[in-house]
Write a protein that binds this ligand. Structure first.
Ligand code: 8YV
Length: 314
């Protein structure tokens, strides 16, 4: 039996590609030099796409494949997939939620601990031999007893809240609407929440409503003892306002896993003292990435069998 055709829009991990290769004939758009020519030369009847959360899938690709039925995207965030175009053309979109909750929450707490206790600078201090020559490091901050405001109390936000509580932190949150049955105080206004917290953690999806939600005004409200953590998408934070807030002492520090123009990180951020910077590794463990990859494949296989997909977005 001939295998159905699948367009590989982003180059996924070998574990995923090997599994897909068993059930589908792969067309590696991700490697094509002339992408328009590659699309034009595809056989008729391509019904399947696999892609990555960073690459997504454009309207142009969706409209070049009239028989397309499903886009299976690696990652919980699907902001790079043109979901409107998919909906218009009756194309199903799936993502990889839940399996990464604990990992991203763990990395969030790692960022908070690293920033509070100045772990990167302290590590460099010992390695550079400065402890012997310059004496003790300046005193630092701690999480215990502090208040954290979470922007986006979704699946990952709730996992972060639970870990924060293990550090005896008080948890409050902001989101589109108040969630019944949540024990945490809700703020409808992110500025009002920022004013009341020591830590602001951003873990909301990137949408027209959330882009730039951490504005100069929010940073000002967070204040000179406040710290920002972003593990969502770079565009939720006004990056220039953040650079100004860090250099002017408007806030105490920032710990960031995501940036507006990845992998570019503005020099003004890279040279700040009061930051901890990670290269978008929130879900980047062997265990979690394997589970995410398996879910990409399971969604495609379910659709191929005519079964409901496991984790639909639309
Ligand atoms: C991935 C992420 O690194 O799931 C997400 O939305 O941002 C990360 O887990 C990314 O999607 C990989 O493409």
């Amino acid at each position: 039996m001939t295998k159905p055709d699948l367009l590989l829009v982003a180059n996924l991990a070998p574990r995923v590609v090997d599994q897909l290769d068993r059930d589908f004939t792969l067309h590696r758009y991700c490697d094509a030099e002339d992408r328009a020519a590659f699309l034009a030369a595809l056989p008729e009847g391509v019904r399947f796409i696999a892609t990555g959360g960073g690459t997504g899938c454009s309207r142009g690709i969706i409209e070049a494949l009239p028989d397309l039925e499903i886009i299976s995207s690696f990652g919980v965030g699907y902001d790079a997939v043109d979901v409107e175009a998919a909906k218009e053309h009756g194309v199903r979109v799936t993502n990889t939620p839940d399996v990464l909750n604990d990992c991203v929450a763990e990395v969030t707490l790692a960022l908070m601990l690293a920033l509070a206790h100045r772990v990167p600078e302290s590590h460099a201090y010992v390695r550079d031999g400065r402890w012997e020559t310059e004496g003790a490091m300046p005193l630092t901050a701690e999480l215990t007893g502090a208040t954290v405001g979470i922007i986006g109390l979704g699946r990952i936000g709730k996992a972060i809240a639970r870990l924060a509580q293990a550090f005896s932190m008080r948890v409050v949150y902001h989101g589109r609407s108040e969630q019944a049955h949540q024990p945490y105080q809700y703020y409808a206004d992110p500025v009002a929440m920022a004013r009341d917290v020591d830590w602001l953690v951003v873990i909301a999806p990137s949408t027209p409503q959330t882009r730039g939600i951490v504005s100069a005004e929010v940073l000002h409200a967070l204040g000179s003892e406040g710290r920002l953590v972003n593990v969502a998408r770079g565009d939720l934070v006004d990056e220039q306002a953040l650079i100004d807030a860090l250099s002017g002492g408007t806030i105490a520090g920032a710990a960031l896993d995501v940036f507006a123009q990845e992998p570019h990180v503005p020099e003004a951020l890279r040279t700040q003292q009061n930051v901890v910077l990670l290269p978008h590794i929130g879900s980047a463990t062997h265990k979690t990435r394997a589970a995410m990859g398996d879910l990409v494949v399971k969604n495609l296989r379910a659709h191929l069998r005519g079964d409901p997909v496991l984790t639909p977005v639309v």
